[in-house]
Design a protein around this ligand. Structure first.
Ligand code: HEM
Length: 479
């Protein structure tokens, strides 16, 4: 949803060692990784980045911070636990780290990390407290914004991307109101037949008894088409929108860009593309699409190029990555829990309950960050003004003290909407009903056509502690 510098990379990167190594070798790695936390090179590199220097080499940073993500969480000294490390997400080894923190240190401080010093808020109730109190915990970009590693800025510079998710009231409230009408139930009901028709078309073209990548052929297609509809831009441009959304996630990935600055150059093409539509729609009568809404409202009609780009990126990433990863996550979850898949096949009427459970189980945005505006207390810990905090939605959604059998995927839970995945308070996801509707329609159409979608290869996970995502999911539809 915003800049996650140094956070995204190809699976395998950031990993120092192999899980098959002997424990004694691991101990050495532990020393290397944790027992020299003041490593000047490592900390210096990430400080440069957080100071706004976007010419830091992505590769150098990645190498300096490489860890063994399979090192047992239980063996790491508590004060060294750093659940923000992207390698934990690529290797799906994050869960034990969060389980330990929820139990032993639910509001946890970690000083030396790739993203700088930060507090981890890991329990459901504490996450709600932070999300509810925007007067204590700010989303403001100039203070660091909503992703760990976000850069605090005194003034807008060439690489600042103001967007309303990274604003506090009153500006946040005014700009959020501009796009809210797009997501009200009446409009969603009007969109539904179109989504159903597109979902049907995508599914009808899939091969049977032949392995393919579900992410590319289904999840990306459906969300890409939806984005082009919301902005009312040509459908043939949808993959451009997906590309720009991916670019934001890959700014820190040496596989894609040598430096974050290089990645930004791509985003300037995105700005050029949308500026044309924004200016043209100012001259046309208002219509019901996101660009026209921004072009005609008092609070958004005179945005600077950076602010236009920021808000467009918010809407692209918000509408793309999250829903895409829920569509893929659902297939993965049903395959990991075959009894639940069987239950669904026996009773497709469970789809409306299953959809929020998929979103909880996947939690497509692992965290949102905040900055403390005053000295305060949280979970018995003293938080100082200016401290950065991560609300780990992904951990809140596994909190056994709030959610029964939280680690399990259960498609007929009594209260499936009780989860943290959409956030809470004034920034609660504005697109949540649209996301649920897309997933509902998709599963209804899948059920009409196929008896089973089988995961037939290892999923490739995204290396990011912000977007909890699936890059590739090999599946076979049985005929
Ligand atoms: C399963 C899918 C989705 C998930 C899990 C999700 C999650 C989130 C989360 C966690 C937040 C921040 C909440 C907070 O800080 O308290 C958010 C905000 C937002 N989301 Fe979503 N989202 C999803 C789908 C969408 C869709 C389809 C759109 C539509 C374009 C969208 C647009 C936004 C926007 C614009 C915001 C900023 C709201 C604000 O600051 O007031 N999201 N989303």
């Amino acid at each position: 949803m915003c800049l996650t510098l140094g956070n995204a990379a190809k699976p395998g990167a950031w990993r120092k060692n192999d899980q098959n190594q002997h424990p004694s070798q691991r101990a050495t790695q532990m020393n290397n990784q944790y027992l020299n936390p003041d490593d000047q090179n490592r900390n210096g590199l990430s400080e440069r980045l957080r100071g706004g220097d976007l010419t830091v080499s992505n590769k150098e940073l990645q190498d300096a911070w490489a860890i063994d993500p399979h090192y047992p969480a239980a063996d790491i000294p508590l004060d060294r636990l750093d659940p923000s490390h992207p390698a934990l997400f690529a290797s799906d080894t994050l869960w034990d780290h969060f389980a330990r923190l929820r139990k032993e240190d639910p509001v946890h401080y970690h000083e030396h990390s790739l993203v700088g010093p930060y507090w981890s808020v890991t329990r459901y109730d504490d996450i709600m407290t932070v999300d509810k109190h925007h007067e204590l915990f700010s989303s403001q970009q100039r203070l660091g914004g909503i992703t760990l590693g976000g850069i605090a800025r005194e003034d807008d510079d060439a690489f600042a991307l103001p967007m309303f998710i990274q604003e506090d009231p009153p500006k946040h409230d005014k700009q959020r109101k501009v796009v809210t009408p797009m997501f009200i139930p009446r409009n969603l009901a009007e969109l539904e037949p179109l989504i159903r028709q597109r979902a049907g078309q995508i599914l009808d073209e899939l091969p049977i008894n032949e392995e393919f990548n579900w992410v590319k052929h289904v999840s990306v297609e459906l969300t890409g088409q939806m984005l082009a509809t919301l902005f009312d831009v040509p459908q043939e441009d949808r993959l451009k929108l997906v590309h720009w959304s991916d670019t934001v996630q890959n700014l820190g990935d040496p596989e894609f860009f040598e430096t974050p600055e290089q990645g930004f150059q791509e985003l300037f093409a995105c700005l050029a593309y949308f500026t044309e539509f924004y200016e043209a729609r100012k001259k046309e009568p208002p219509k019901f699409d996101l660009i026209s809404m921004l072009a005609h409202d008092e609070s958004t009609k005179d945005m600077s190029p950076q602010e236009l780009l920021g808000n467009i990126i918010l809407l692209i990433v918000g509408g793309n990555d999250t829903t895409r990863n829920s569509i893929s996550g659902g297939v993965l979850a049903l395959n990991k829990y075959p009894a639940q898949y069987e239950k669904l096949l026996q009773n497709p009427g469970l789809i409306p309950k299953m959809v929020p459970e998929i979103i909880r189980w996947q939690t497509p945005l692992a965290h949102m960050a905040r900055t403390a505006l005053v000295d305060t207390e949280l979970g018995g810990k003293h938080i100082k003004k200016g401290d950065r905090l991560a609300m780990w939605y992904i951990s809140g959604n596994r909190d056994e003290s709030y959610i029964d059998r939280a680690d399990e995927f259960i498609i007929d839970r009594p209260n499936p909407r009780n989860h943290t995945a959409f956030g809470y308070g004034i920034h609660r996801c504005v697109g949540n009903r649209l996301a649920e509707m897309q997933l509902n329609v998709m599963w209804e159409e899948i059920n009409k056509r196929f008896s089973k979608i089988e995961v037939t290869g290892d999923p490739l996970l995204l290396t990011s502690s912000f977007v909890h995502g699936i890059r590739e999911l090999p599946v076979t539809i049985r005929g």
